[in-house]
Design a protein around this ligand. Structure first.
Ligand SMILES: [Zn+2]
Ligand SMILES: [Zn+2]
Length: 331
C-alpha cells in the first residue's frame, strides 16, 4: 500500500526488494497503524520523496541477510529470526546529536515509512542496526504497537521524570500501553478523552487508571505531568490548567494543530511545555525489556492489508480501543 500523494493510498505490485550491505529482507507478519501514518497520508507530515510505503511498527521474520559490513558484524540476525522494525531507520552517527546520545534528533535521520519503505507491505528491507529482537511473550500482532506507540510513549514518559500524578490526553494506542507502564512504576494515572467518549473512559478504567474524564474537564486533584498524545493544540493550555506547580506538559505527537494563545499565569510557577521527537535505540531496548515485566497487555484491532485505508479512517474517528494492526496473515 503506497502513499502516492496527499490523500491517496493505493495497492501497488512492486518487484521483490533485495537487502543491501548490512540490511535484512523481512517477511512482514504484522504492522501497527500509527497516527503518524495518518498525518503522512493527510500531508500534515511531509514525505520528501513520494511515493512511499507507510508503516513503522513492523514485526516480521528475516528471509535474507545482506552482506555483512564492519558496522553490522555481530548484529546480523540469522534467517528465520523474528525482528521488530521501528520508525528510526538510519542515523549518521557523526552529527552533534548522534555524538551526544540524541540520535533521535540526527540531522540526517531517515525514518521507516517516510524515507524508507515501511510495513504496509508483504516484504520490507531494513538496516540491521535499527532492528530489534522482540520479547517472546508477545504475538506478532501484540508486539507491533510496542515499536512506536510503546517506545515513543515511553520516551515521553521518561520526560515526565518522577511525576507521581500523570495525565494522559488522548487514550489510544500509546496511552493504553503507557498507562500500564506508569502504574507498574507506582504512578497514579488520569485519562482524558474527547468530551463524551464514555466507552474510551471505561476502557481506561479497566486498565486501572484512577480517574477518566473529558479533556475539557478537571481531574479531582492537580497533576504533576501530562502527556498529550492527541494532535489538538488546544489541549496544551487545557493540560497546563490542571498542572500543579513545577509540572510539565509533554507533547508526544509528530504533528499538532496550532496552540491557542494562553495567559502567562498558566506557565508561571515553573510549569513547562516540551515535545518528544522520534526514538533512540536505547529507548526501544528499555521499553522492550520492560513491557513483559509489567506485563503490558495490548488490545489489538486487526485489519487486512487491503483494508489499511479503513484502519486509518477508524483511527481518525476513534472507532476502536487500543491499537490497530495490519495482520498480513488475514486475507
Ligand atoms: Zn508512530
Ligand atoms: Zn546524526
Amino acid at each position: 500500500m503506497r502513499i502516492e500523494q496527499p490523500g491517496v493510498l493505493r495497492p501497488v505490485q512492486l518487484p521483490e526488494p533485495s537487502p543491501g550491505p548490512g540490511q535484512l529482507l523481512v517477511r512482514v507478519h504484522a504492522c501497527g497503524v500509527c497516527r503518524t501514518d495518518l498525518h503522512l497520508l493527510d500531508g500534515e507530515v511531509d514525505i520528501p520523496n513520494p511515493p512511499v510505503t507507510p508503516g513503522h511498527q513492523i514485526v516480521g521474520v528475516v528471509l535474507e541477510v545482506g552482506e555483512r559490513t564492519a558496522e553490522t558484524d555481530g548484529l546480523m540476525p540469522e534467517p528465520g529470526a523474528r525482528v521488530g522494525i521501528p520508525w528510526l531507520g538510519w542515523t549518521c552517527g557523526r552529527c552533534r546529536y548522534c555524538l551526544s546520545g540524541r540520535e533521535n534528533l540526527c540531522e540526517l535521520a531517515r525514518f521507516t515509512g517516510r524515507d524508507i519503505d515501511g510495513g504496509f507491505a508483504e516484504l520490507a528491507v531494513a538496516d540491521a542496526r535499527y532492528c530489534f529482537a522482540l520479547p517472546g511473550d508477545y504475538s506478532n500482532l501484540q508486539a507491533a504497537p510496542l515499536l512506536c506507540a510503546g517506545v515513543i510513549g515511553y520516551r515521553a514518559l521518561l520526560m515526565t521524570g518522577d511525576a507521581e500524578r500523570l495525565g494522559l490526553y488522548g487514550f489510544g494506542s500509546a496511552a493504553h500501553i503507557i498507562a500500564q507502564v506508569a502504574r507498574f512504576q507506582g504512578r497514579r494515572v488520569f485519562a482524558f478523552t474527547r468530551p463524551g467518549d464514555h466507552s474510551t473512559q471505561a476502557f481506561a478504567r479497566r486498565l486501572g487508571v484512577e480517574w477518566a474524564g473529558d479533556s475539557s474537564g478537571s481531574p479531582p486533584e492537580p497533576l504533576d505531568a501530562a502527556i498529550i498524545f492527541a494532535s489538538a493544540g488546544e489541549l496544551v493550555p487545557a493540560a497546563l490548567r490542571v498542572l500543579a506547580k513545577g509540572g510539565i506538559v509533554v507533547c508526544a505527537g509528530i504533528h499538532m494543530s496550532d496552540i491557542p494563545a494562553f495567559p502567562y499565569e498558566l506557565l508561571w510557577e515553573e510549569r513547562s511545555v516540551c515535545s518528544v521527537a522520534n526514538l533512540t535505540r536505547e529507548d526501544a531496548r528499555e521499553l522492550l525489556e520492560l513491557a513483559p515485566r509489567v506485563p503490558v497487555d495490548i488490545q489489538v484491532s486487526r485489519y487486512a492489508l487491503a483494508d489499511a485505508h479503513t484502519a486509518l479512517e477508524d483511527l481518525r474517528v476513534g472507532r476502536f480501543s487500543g491499537s490497530a494492526v495490519i495482520d498480513l496473515g488475514l486475507e
